[in-house]
Write a protein that binds this ligand. Structure first.
Ligand code: ATP
Length: 363
């Protein structure tokens, strides 16, 4: 029987459990055995019972849970060749040579490195007598597929990443709550949301929460942004709004590349408008709570598609992504390279090129 390993790696995101559940159940249905690798790549490096067979019922009652039930971690050892070699040994010992990884670009990159080095590891482990010749032959290649778990929605090649929609729900709830208290006191609020290189959460939550102003990394405001923002907020107050809400993505900079912080915005509101604004940094609240319906079904669909992909195993590693609500595939490392390019274009201030390279119509 074919054995598939599934792991979640890097930051957690709502919907990861739906993906793991789908991998386990689609794998079993296809006649494979599925193993959960616990605590991200650390579990593969450590081996033993960190790599455990997952049966159908082991992933019951996880669909509605936030986070990831198989654990996630950042693993320093996996960044070293020796660590990856140990992971290879532990996987081969468990008969696993297909991996579905759910994580961010770092996790996907690390997984692809292991795949590249795998044949060399197999040869070295066989030479050293740590695996048998039969094991070496049976597990000559590692087949991988990647799903993106990240609340930022920053990956090229997909409309959405797992966890983004749930995070958007959390932020919208928070803005709704802030709006009601703000309205009672005619106050202004500055809300910082996640998104180091991607303003998706900021723009979408600003629209969904009826914010007055939004600041994002891909489209830094003009040099006179302070005057412009005060003007816009004053106008809306004059038109009868009792609150002002400004949403800012965490990675926002001005056109000279200087960070714009929520505190900067607060100072503008105080200085230019005489407003006693409050700053709310949502932080980990955004990762919390139950996954949205979208994240559950999208991750289920992609987990199922990833099983088909690794069982075929007949092409270069793929990113299993979503476009137009259907699973789509893109060479994994092309997607990662393009995502990193978008981030550096933004850092260099080449915003139009960054947006063109991201290739989505909106944010
Ligand atoms: P997030 O979106 O939360 O940052 P990520 O997957 O990008 O998720 P990282 O911390 O970059 O998070 O990577 C997670 C783990 O993946 C690392 O701790 C390490 O074990 C592995 N990893 C990342 N980059 C590499 C690399 N270049 N080589 C080997 N392993 C890597």
């Amino acid at each position: 029987t074919v054995r598939i390993g599934v792991l979640t790696s890097g930051g957690d995101a709502q919907g990861m459990n739906a993906a793991v559940r789908a991998v386990v159940r689609a794998g079993i249905q296809a006649g494979a055995e599925v193993f959960g690798i616990h605590e991200g790549w650390q579990g593969a490096v450590d081996g033993g019972d960190q790599i455990r067979r997952l049966e159908w019922d082991d992933v019951g009652n996880v669909l509605a849970r936030g986070g990831t039930v198989i654990g996630t971690a950042r693993c320093a050892a996996f960044r070293e060749r020796d660590g990856r070699k140990r992971a290879a040994l532990n996987l081969i010992t468990h008969g696993i040579d297909r991996i579905i990884v759910i994580g961010g670009d770092g996790s996907l990159t690390g997984t692809d490195r292991l795949r590249e080095e795998w044949p060399a590891f197999v040869a070295e482990l066989a030479d050293a007598g740590e695996i048998t010749a039969e094991q070496a032959e049976r597990h000559a290649q590692l087949v991988i597929a990647g799903l993106v778990g990240s609340i930022d929605n920053d990956m090229v090649g997909t409309d959405m990443t797992i966890g983004t929609d749930s995070a958007l729900h959390r932020i919208t709830e928070a803005i709704d709550a802030i709006s009601s208290t703000a309205a009672s006191h005619q106050r202004s609020f500055v809300v910082e949301v996640m998104g180091r290189h991607c303003g998706y959460l900021a723009v979408m939550s600003a629209i969904a929460g009826a914010a007055d102003y939004v600041l994002i990394p891909e489209s830094p405001p003009a040099d006179d942004w302070k005057q412009h923002m005060s003007h816009v907020l004053r106008q809306s107050r004059r038109a009868g709004r009792r609150t002002s809400i400004v949403v800012i993505a965490e990675g926002t900079q001005d056109r000279q590349g200087n960070p714009i912080t929520p505190e900067d915005v607060r100072v503008v509101l105080a200085d230019e408008m005489g407003e006693d604004a409050r700053v709310t940094i949502l932080g980990h609240v955004q990762r919390g709570g139950t996954p949205s319906a979208y994240d559950r079904w999208m991750a289920t669909m992609l987990g199922h598609a990833a099983v088909g992909e690794v069982l075929r195993g007949d092409r270069e590693p793929q990113l299993v992504a979503v476009r137009g609500n259907r699973p789509t595939f893109m060479p994994l490392m092309e997607a990662v390279a393009a995502t990193r390019r978008v981030a550096s274009l933004i850092e260099e201030g080449r915003y139009d090129e960054a947006m063109a390279a991201r290739g989505r119509s909106f944010v």
